[in-house]
Write a protein that binds this ligand. Sequence first.
Ligand SMILES: Cc1cc2nc3c(=O)[nH]c(=O)nc-3n(C[C@H](O)[C@H](O)[C@H](O)COP(=O)(O)OP(=O)(O)OC[C@H]3O[C@@H](n4cnc5c(N)ncnc54)[C@H](O)[C@@H]3O)c2cc1C
Length: 367
Amino acid sequence: MQPRETTDTVIIGAGVIGLAIARALAPTRSVVLLEQEPRFGEHLSSRNSEVIHAGLYYPPDSLKARLCLRGNTLLYQYCQAQSIPHRQCGKLIIANAGQQDSLEQLHHNALNSGATGLHRCSQQWLQQQEPWLHAGEALLSKHSGILDSHALMRRLAEQAQEHHALLCYHHQVRRIDCEPGHFLLHVDSDDSPFELQCRQLINTAGLDAVPLLKRCNGFPAEKIPEQRLARGNYFSLSGHSPTRRLIYPLPEADGLGIHLTVDLAGQARFGPDVEWIEHRDYQVNTARLPHFQDAIRRYWPSLNADRLSPAYTGIRPKLFMEGEPYRDFLIQGEQEHGIKGMINLLGVESPGLTAALAIAEDIANPG
Ligand SMILES: Cc1cc2nc3c(=O)[nH]c(=O)nc-3n(C[C@H](O)[C@H](O)[C@H](O)COP(=O)(O)OP(=O)(O)OC[C@H]3O[C@@H](n4cnc5c(N)ncnc54)[C@H](O)[C@@H]3O)c2cc1C
């Protein structure tokens, strides 16, 4: 065992959230970021739709709504300033017969949350703009877009390092002790295990953020939510995309519905769906293909199913409290769990990529 090292702040996890926080904190304190994988962004942050969301779906007083809207503004500014590839391509949420009320409710919710850049589109407009699309009406969100999430993470990592943050790959936090006035982390690395002491501890371990709390001595067990896993499968579309916009049906109980997104190269893909799983497994479930075909044909009746092929998956950390789904981000500080200096970011599913810079801003400027 090596002697103890000491630092001001340790961040666990080099996904987009941990990297954004490292960049925000590094100018004012010594920061060590521990990542178990050989590089950043190997999990949630590279297994998503790369959509810059515009805050339409979340309850107006939720963290998701506030952080998504603020994150959207910060992210476009950052992408422009740092030359990170992105495109404000806009998004259509479509409604067909019998769905007008749901579209109306979504529109109201978005306005109540403070979302802007929203327009209602008639069937005639849709026929001109998106002739392939079967839709009676739509809500256009002009502030929705796409970005290169890898380029974003690379730049965040560079800027954190420019301010002397230490990014340590192949470093897995095995266990944490909450001790008076500080934390003691037991870390496995390629060389040998060692102990690291810090005054501030930020747990942004993505899917592992909840399991890690169960290995944290002194953390109140009743403050650890239950976490379940919801895989999202994606199928890609070969050949030309019918559109350059993002096309979404109305949201479903657990997700946003099987939607079409395009990447910066113009390639289209469909998904993610919502598939509850017991164990982490990133394999695409090809048995979901008929379900994808049915869902897509509701808005693209002439889809040629031979053009669909399995692409990739991402896994959402879904929180439950007292058996009920907890639908917001859960950001726990001292007020919530009673331990000074510890911040846990739990259940950071979508729109976490969009919200990353806003989450980091809040943590760097508390109160
Ligand atoms: C299917 C899907 C689609 C999505 N689409 C979008 C979208 O279009 N737009 C959007 O805004 N958001 C989207 N999201 C959400 C977004 O991807 C996440 O909110 C965001 O990436 C979370 O980042 P993170 O840093 O918390 O997690 P991660 O990127 O998973 O980072 C956590 C890191 O912690 C590391 N780690 C874990 N345990 C330890 C340990 N013990 N020691 C050291 N390191 C550890 C992991 O290796 C990992 O690198 C989507 C999510 C999913 C699943």
